[in-house]
Design a protein around this ligand. Structure first.
Ligand SMILES: N[C@@H](CCC(=O)N[C@@H](CS)C(=O)NCC(=O)O)C(=O)O
Length: 209
């Protein structure tokens, strides 16, 4: 059976869980404790030298990075599709997902927050300003792109969930854990609400754990 290394409040582990659950692929989560730095111990670094979660392990196969994991799942298990069939639509969906994956997550990540606080001596208020600023910039872009798009339906693209929704909900959920006010992004909020009607999105939501 597939093993998914992570921890319950990890937004990236959540993304892999939602993709696996939407596709109905069985797996087992192997949780580590980030406060005890288990993800930086030799045992896990042998699996993922980056020291980030999730890592998907299936016998000899080891995959890291949630976008790569989702693309792999899409190829081996195409239904239900998490990417539209049309190439232009696929690129649009990937572009929306990458705003979360490349422009938000790397700079609000745990190790960045810890570096700001512990190595650079920033106060909790300053770290909070950092998070609010960078979430706000990218959520404002996403709000604009989605609110003005004819391609948006109930979800980011049409009326079925795609990788864009999985990335969006994972980062909205993390923002709310950090008390970043996201209530002004009404289109994003509506998409999140539509996603959370589905048990695959709702059941492992980081903020509920
Ligand atoms: N782009 C990566 C991000 C992975 C990532 O940053 N995971 C976080 C947890 S949500 C992590 O492992 N953080 C550990 C740390 O910052 O020390 C992906 O999507 O898989």
């Amino acid at each position: 059976m597939i093993k998914l290394f992570g921890w319950p409040i990890s937004s990236a582990h959540y993304r892999a869980c939602v993709a696996l659950d939407l596709k109905g692929i069985p797996y087992e989560s192997v949780f580590m404790d980030p406060d005890r730095k288990e993800h930086l111990e030799a045992k896990y670094l042998a699996i993922n030298p980056q020291g980030l979660v999730p890592a998907l392990v299936d016998d000899d196969l080891v995959l890291t990075q949630t976008m790569a994991i989702m693309e792999y799942l899409e190829e081996i298990h195409p239904e239900p599709a998490l990417l539209p069939a049309n190439p232009a639509a696929r690129a649009r969906v990937r572009g929306l997902a990458e705003i979360c994956n490349c422009e938000i997550h790397p700079i609000i990540n745990r190790r960045v927050r810890l570096y700001l606080a512990e190595d650079m001596g920033h106060t909790p208020d300053e770290v909070s300003r950092w998070l609010t600023h960078w979430y706000g910039r990218s959520f404002a872009t996403l709000e604009e792109l989605l609110a003005s798009s004819d391609a948006k339906g109930k979800f980011c693209h049409g009326d079925t969930p795609t990788v864009a929704d999985i990335f969006l909900v994972s980062l909205l959920s993390a923002a709310q854990v950090f008390d970043v006010d996201v209530s002004g992004f009404s289109t994003l909020m509506k998409i999140e609400a539509a996603c959370l009607e589905l048990p695959q999105f709702r059941d492992k939501l980081p903020r509920l754990l």
